[in-house]
Ligand binder design. Structure first.
Ligand SMILES: [Zn+2]
Length: 304
């Protein structure tokens, strides 16, 4: 249980201490293009089209709601998006790393991964001219050995843990020896781990954290699941991608995918922005504050 001590001014000018659970939401985005998705990694594809315009759609939505958040950006997109990234940082968003080219860490040797971590951090810092503190592994593909490398490369936090065994690409990240700051946020020797939100249902865990799940499932199904999660949670973590919000048609390369892959890639994009609007309202109504992961690292949280 996490508790912070808030001070509230009394009518007589004095202070009373009031225990209140602060609730935070991080509506993060993983900034990558459609061809970075694992479906396309073994295919020869024409990469001349882009769906990165979904980033602008998301920035407009966040601006409408006065929300600042964390963007995990691929190093190889940093130069191309340079002006946009600098404007985002100047507007209060956090730029963090999603690796260089979306290669899954568990498919790299530890040495290759360490190079990838350092290269993406240095590239983003050079382009944005701000320190890069956070990392999220492509496809949440991380193990404990590689998590240690994230720390060694100079990052302050990682957000690659998801407690979900139903996806074949996700890694299994053991942080049992970390101190629990709050459910979904743990810490060891000053290094933070943030877990993407899942909800226990009938002995299994369901992702309630965005991505394909928010996009494909009807809002009538997602809303009660998200409500059930946030009812008892001080931290909600969302992730979303530009292609999910892009108004562009699917690239021709989508025809090379299997039918289930094509469905998972393309289904539900038209309704995502509206669902995100509803999600933001739901979180606001429940008293959530919208922050970046860096904000959460910088806050001193009292462990009860
Ligand atoms: Zn990704």
């Amino acid at each position: 249980m996490t508790r912070r001590i808030d001070r509230e001014t009394c009518r007589d000018g004095g202070f009373v201490e009031q225990n209140a659970v602060k609730r935070y939401a991080v509506l993060s985005m993983d900034v990558e293009d459609w061809y970075h998705l694992d479906y396309f990694s073994g295919l020869k594809t024409d990469r001349s089209s882009s769906m990165l315009d979904g980033l602008d759609v998301y920035l407009s939505l966040l601006e409408r709601h006065s929300i600042r958040t964390t963007f995990f950006v691929l190093g190889e997109l940093a130069e191309r998006l340079g002006g946009t990234l600098r404007a985002m940082a100047a507007a209060g968003h956090e730029i963090a790393s999603h690796g260089v080219a979306h290669k899954r860490p568990l498919k790299m040797t530890v040495g290759e991964f360490a190079d990838d971590l350092r290269q993406s951090k240095a590239t983003l810092e050079h382009v944005v001219q701000r320190s890069v503190e956070g990392f999220r592994a492509p496809c949440f593909s991380l193990d404990r050995t590689r998590l240690e490398e994230v720390w060694r490369a100079g990052y302050t936090y990682d957000s690659s843990r998801i407690d979900f065994t139903g996806h074949p690409l996700y890694g299994s990240l053991d942080v049992k020896d970390f101190d629990v700051v709050s459910p979904g946020h743990s810490m060891r020797h000053g290094f933070h781990e943030f877990e993407v939100s899942t909800l226990p249902v009938l002995g299994k865990r369901l992702p309630v954290s965005g991505g394909g799940y928010l996009r494909i499932a009807p809002w009538a199904i997602m809303r009660p699941l998200i409500q059930a999660y946030v009812r008892g949670s001080p931290l909600y973590v969302l992730y979303i991608h530009p292609f999910e919000l892009s108004p562009c048609p699917l690239p021709a390369a989508a025809a090379k995918l299997s039918y289930p892959q094509r469905l998972r890639f393309g289904l539900g994009r038209a309704g995502v922005a509206k669902k995100l609007d509803r999600l933001v309202r739901l979180l606001k109504d429940d008293g959530f504050s919208f922050v970046t992961f860096r904000d959460l690292c910088e806050q001193s949280v009292v462990k009860a």
